[in-house]
Design a protein around this ligand. Structure first.
Ligand code: SF4
Length: 363
């Protein structure tokens, strides 16, 4: 059920200026209101004492300040670092839930956040894909994930700790919700607010929605782009990612080459190794062929096993073979350690388990 009163946090600066003008108020109040929302994180119009009582009453009559909340958080039990990988189930104002994950690094704290509730793309290795699509997250709901994670960090690890990097790699395909994702990024990078994240610390991760990559190339939001390739042989890619039928690999490669040319920025090709699916020597050769000549790096990641989904992570030797083959081919390769094996950190696993929604494999 969608809430009937608009959430004021969903209004971008230009939209809020127009809304204020429509209420007969000066447009410059927009930046003051955003300060209260995104720096002071106020939960009530009554707290905005810099505004006149009359304006506060008008805002209350026309808008709500809807807030998400942390329903559950689970820390990685196997992680012995000071700050373990931690997964959050975040309840949105309408009762729907999404997942966000904090992944600490040596000099960074990365938040992996969601862009949709559920996902329409149905990748066969993914728990979120089994949920189906429920709805897009609004800009305010995307921002709320970071607000909540920052508050949790401050509370548990002290005032100096906050999110330094964001990856849109949680539930959903961000480039099927591009407008809201870009609106949220505008707020998250704004130096006037408490987040103040540089654009290059924000990464949009897509399955490869070609028209939207073209749109990013023209808008140049300054964020990083990661493409979940997971297979560089067309038939294999289609077998695990149905959307690949709409965006064939040769078209995707051409689009990425154009994106790189127009933005001057590299792309990351994310390749999740799945035992017996995309880990053969022919897969490594196909990946090399796809990546060669592109200004890119390849990020190899491990698959997190999911209950009722048949796929498994690869053995170390297979991973080593991939790394050696790609590096010997002159490609830039990073290997991302598997985070959160003990906290169901695979995308959508916690949310679906709490709803009892991971159906058995059909075959
Ligand atoms: S992997 Fe990403 S795009 Fe595919 S179903 Fe899961 S959430 Fe959607």
């Amino acid at each position: 059920m969608l809430l009937s009163t608009p959430n004021i946090k969903d209004l971008a600066a230009a939209e809020l200026r127009l809304a204020l003008t429509a209420l007969g108020e000066p447009a410059y109040r927009a930046s003051q209101i955003h300060q209260w929302l995104f720096s002071h994180h106020t939960r009530s119009f009554d707290d905005m004492t810099i505004l006149s009582l009359a304006l506060r009453k008008k805002l209350s009559a026309n808008y709500a300040i809807d807030n998400a909340s942390i329903q559950e958080c689970i820390k990685e039990a196997l992680d012995t670092t000071e700050m373990p990988t931690t997964k959050f189930l975040i309840r949105m104002p309408d009762g729907q839930a999404v997942e966000s994950v904090i992944i600490p690094g040596r000099s960074r704290i990365t938040a992996c956040i969601s862009s949709q509730i559920g996902c329409p793309l149905g990748c066969s290795f993914c728990a979120t894909g089994r949920m189906g699509f429920i709805r897009n997250l609004s800009p305010g709901e995307i921002i709320d994930q970071i607000t909540l994670l920052n508050a949790w960090l401050r509370n548990d690890y002290g005032n100096s700790r906050s999110i330094t990097n964001i990856v849109f790699m949680g539930m959903g395909e961000p480039l099927l919700n591009t407008a809201n994702v870009l609106d949220a990024i505008e707020t998250l990078r704004n130096q006037s607010y408490s987040f103040s994240l540089p654009r290059r610390k924000i990464s949009i991760s897509t399955l490869g929605i070609i028209p939207e990559i073209d749109l990013l190339a023209s808008l140049k939001p300054g964020t990083k782009l990661a493409v979940s390739l997971h297979a560089a042989i067309q038939e294999k890619r289609e077998s695990i990612m149905p959307v690949a039928r709409n965006y064939p690999l040769h078209d995707l490669r051409r689009t990425l080459a154009s994106y790189i040319r127009l933005t001057g920025q590299p792309v990351t090709l994310v390749y999740m190794l799945i035992d017996g699916v995309n880990d053969a020597p022919e897969d490594a050769k196909a990946l090399e062929k796809f990546a060669k000549g592109l200004f890119c790096k390849i990020n190899l990641i491990d698959y997190n096993a999911i209950v009722n989904i048949k796929f498994k992570p690869v053995f170390t030797e297979k991973r080593e073979f991939f790394i050696r083959f790609l590096v010997d081919s002159g490609l830039r390769v990073t290997v991302r350690k598997s985070h959160g094996a003990s906290i169901n950190a695979a995308c959508g696993q916690l949310a679906t388990e709490r709803k009892g929604q991971i159906p058995e494999e059909p075959h």
